[in-house]
Design a protein around this ligand. Structure first.
Ligand SMILES: [Zn+2]
Length: 381
């Protein structure tokens, strides 16, 4: 059943809409998932990328203006944790202080370290349906944390309670069973399709952690590398297969909700989601802005020169050659990928990259037991 859309972004200030639209360019799938949370179509959404400096400040402003509630750090046994918006006095007057950004003092937002015992008490009280404030002390703002966002306190509490219950069961169950059980609980808590949760939990049990590989290998095996449904790039979970209907439906729903919430953010997000991605391995998965090289005659490295270099380095003729700029990366440690690159690909075997302006080059080759999903460019439809 299609539910009516109740909320639109038009009531927000132009500054907040700008933040949302900027987010749609940098993190398009997340923006669609966030819209789904706002509209009550998804229980919670997790931030899985780094936010630094002004981006972080803007992000907190967006969450505050949208009246969302959130929990930091991502609920995993971590020592840094702050049930931020659960503390009413904090939600009222949140400020962030950046030593490197003295001009930005909108929020005084403390990220604090919980004593481990207190952290355990926090989770055990949740299994009884109670949220107790964490007793926190010291600490600095950590701009690379994970955050769980819900529409309201009740939604957040439901998620945390499910997580706390899974955590409790995990401790009481035999190890291989425990991981499987834990994944099932989390799949349910995040609102993922049953088929995907089931496959993820089973495949992960007792094997090396494959996560994204489960999905990307299915793309390659079925010959979908150049036609991955864009909806599957929109969802937060690992789909069980490239033809998983519930996942495609879910992605379509997130996009539809974003379109209704903010058509400009939707336009920006869908444009980004349709761009090809370079997949070196599951940690290096980067969006490419393809360029027409005939429109760029002044490149330091010409196509001809690149092909010569690529054949020498890759010891074969690349099957695919792309000129593309890399403009955003999800984590700071990937910053070295930013720039305009010639990219030569021998799918599944090697990737050779040469910066078209600086001549800096990188060669990635298959070695040891690698996934067939690695060292490829994926395209979306
Ligand atoms: Zn599925």
């Amino acid at each position: 059943m299609i539910m009516p859309i109740f909320i639109s972004a038009f009531s927000l200030s132009s500054h907040v809409m700008e933040i949302l639209e900027d987010l749609a360019v940098k993190h398009p799938a997340f923006t669609a998932q966030l819209a789904a949370v706002i509209q009550g179509r998804k229980p919670v959404v997790r931030v899985e990328f780094e936010l630094h400096g002004e981006d972080y400040v803007n992000f907190i402003e967006l969450l505050t203006k949208l009246r969302l509630v959130w929990f930091e750090h991502s609920p995993h046994p971590v020592r840094i944790c702050y049930a931020s918006s659960l503390h009413k006095e904090v939600a009222k007057d949140v400020k962030v202080h950046y030593p490197r950004h003295p001009a930005i003092r909108n929020y005084d937002f403390l990220r604090l370290s919980a004593v481990l015992r207190k952290y355990e008490e926090f989770w055990s009280s949740l299994t009884e349906g109670k949220i107790i404030p964490l007793d926190l002390s010291g600490g600095e703002l950590n701009s690379s944390s994970e955050i769980i966002i819900a529409r309201d306190s009740e939604g957040l509490k439901n998620f945390l309670t499910l997580y706390a219950t899974a955590r409790e069961q995990y401790k009481q169950t035999e190890r291989t069973m425990a991981i499987e059980l834990f994944d099932r609980f989390l799949g349910m808590a995040f609102g993922y399709p049953g088929c995907c949760t089931e496959k993820f939990a089973k495949d992960r049990k007792g094997k090396r952690p494959k996560e994204d590989y489960i999905f990307y290998e299915s793309i390659v095996e079925r010959g979908f590398e150049n036609a991955v449904p864009v909806e599957l790039r929109t969802v937060a979970h690992v789909p069980c297969d490239v033809v998983c209907e519930p996942s495609i439906d879910l992605g379509r729903e997130y996009l539809r909700v974003l379109m209704a919430f903010d058509p400009n953010a939707f336009e920006k997000a869908i444009k980004e989601l349709r761009k090809p991605t370079l997949f070196i391995d599951r940690w290096h998965h980067i969006t490419i802005n393809e360029k027409e090289h005939t429109a760029m005659p002044d490149l330091t490295v010409t196509e001809e020169e690149f092909i010569g270099k690529a054949e020498k380095e890759m010891k074969t003729k690349p099957k695919e050659i792309v000129l593309g700029s890399i403009e955003t990366v999800p984590f700071l440690y990937l910053t070295e990928f930013l720039g305009l690159w010639w990219i030569g690909v021998d799918p599944g075997h090697s990737v050779f990259m040469c910066n078209a302006e600086t001549r800096r080059a990188k060669l990635y080759q298959k070695h040891g037991v690698r996934s067939i999903a690695d060292l490829r460019i994926y395209r979306y439809k």
